[in-house]
Design a binder for this molecule. Structure first.
Ligand SMILES: [Fe+2]
Length: 325
């Protein structure tokens, strides 16, 4: 094959036709990328991805993210994933400290003031609570300030919900869940799955929980430290109450005299969920309920909406953000 003469001018091949695809520019970046999802068969997935791209690009443009900062963010998310294990969920923690968990929970469980308010599930409901009988003591190691916990589960018209399930988990007096102290706490310590009696009532013996720091030895803890935030959550008991035909509620009850009630690291506190936990100094009553004297009492009634009850309307000032481009 002879070489082409040096003066041969090869004409450029025609540009390949693009099927309507717009090239990326800074100004149009979000629309260009969002358009790549136009053929997503699932309309909800298309909506979510399109909105995500618009908000993400607007954020990058607003702060003019540097390449170094982008690298730090990628490294942070990588370490967040690598910190997850069977007994630790660092991504839920990240969502919690950014308030996203509470926002998702609140949007999806609006009550309109007619039922028990929800709050975050949190990262420690990672084992099935053992089934217990009403009146059982869930403080298997017998440590802590004794506390009688009781309440009633009802529907929106006050009808008692017999046989409702009440799933409870809490920390010990040192502020740790059983899964955080294997070997120190017996498995299932301070957890219980109860079934309400004919009047929708439940009661059990436990100890007063303590405030505690969320796990702060990982990437999320470093984020809190870098921003001058403490990692603590005020003392609380977790509840999931459920009954056939009703909407389950995932919530906490907060101890009124706990520190950090006004600065929960995961924004979980709602005024309607705070309860006094008064002391009872009455040997006869203590003997009757099977606790040492004195003991403290916590009463928490839960009201569930019916399964077919429409969520309350969105607050007027909570209009959806939509596209920011
Ligand atoms: Fe908790």
């Amino acid at each position: 094959m002879p070489d082409a003469p040096s003066d041969t001018v090869l004409s450029a091949p025609p540009a390949p036709a693009r099927a309507g695809g717009e090239l990326f520019t800074e100004e149009r970046s979000a629309d260009v990328v969002a358009a790549s999802f136009d053929n997503t068969p699932d309309p909800r997935l298309r909506q979510v991805l399109t909105s995500l791209v618009h908000h993400l690009h607007a954020f990058v443009k607003e702060v003019e993210l540097t390449e170094e900062e982008w690298g730090v963010a990628i490294d942070f998310l990588t370490r967040t994933g690598q910190t997850c294990s069977d007994v630790r969920q660092e991504f839920i923690l990240l969502s919690d400290v950014l308030g996203v968990s509470m926002l998702v929970e609140t949007i999806n469980h609006r009550t309109g003031g007619t039922s028990t308010e929800s709050t975050v599930l949190g990262p420690f409901h990672m084992v099935e609570s053992p089934e217990r009988e009403l009146g059982d003591n869930i403080a298997l190691d017998g440590k802590g300030t004794p506390c009688l916990v009781s309440g009633q589960v009802t529907g929106p018209d006050g009808e008692p919900l017999a046989g409702a399930s009440v799933d409870v988990w809490q920390t010990n007096e040192d502020g740790f869940y059983d899964v955080q102290q294997p070997g120190l706490q017996p498995p299932g310590n301070l957890r219980g799955l109860f079934s309400t009696d004919d009047e929708g009532r439940f009661w059990f013996r436990s100890v007063v929980p303590r405030y505690y720091p969320i796990p702060d030895d990982g990437p999320v803890g470093k984020l809190l430290a870098a921003t001058g935030r403490h990692p603590n959550r005020p003392a609380h008991l977790h509840f999931i109450a459920a009954a056939p035909g009703y909407r389950p509620v995932t919530t906490h009850v907060f101890v009124a005299d706990s520190p950090y009630l006004d600065s929960d690291a995961v924004f979980g506190v709602k005024e309607s969920l705070v309860r006094d936990v008064p002391e009872v100094d009455d040997p006869a009553r203590a003997a009757e309920v099977g606790l040492s004297n004195p003991f403290r009492t916590l009463t928490f009634d839960l009201t569930l909406l019916r399964a077919n009850q429409a969520p309350a309307a969105q607050p007027a000032d909570g209009a959806p953000g939509g596209s920011t481009s």
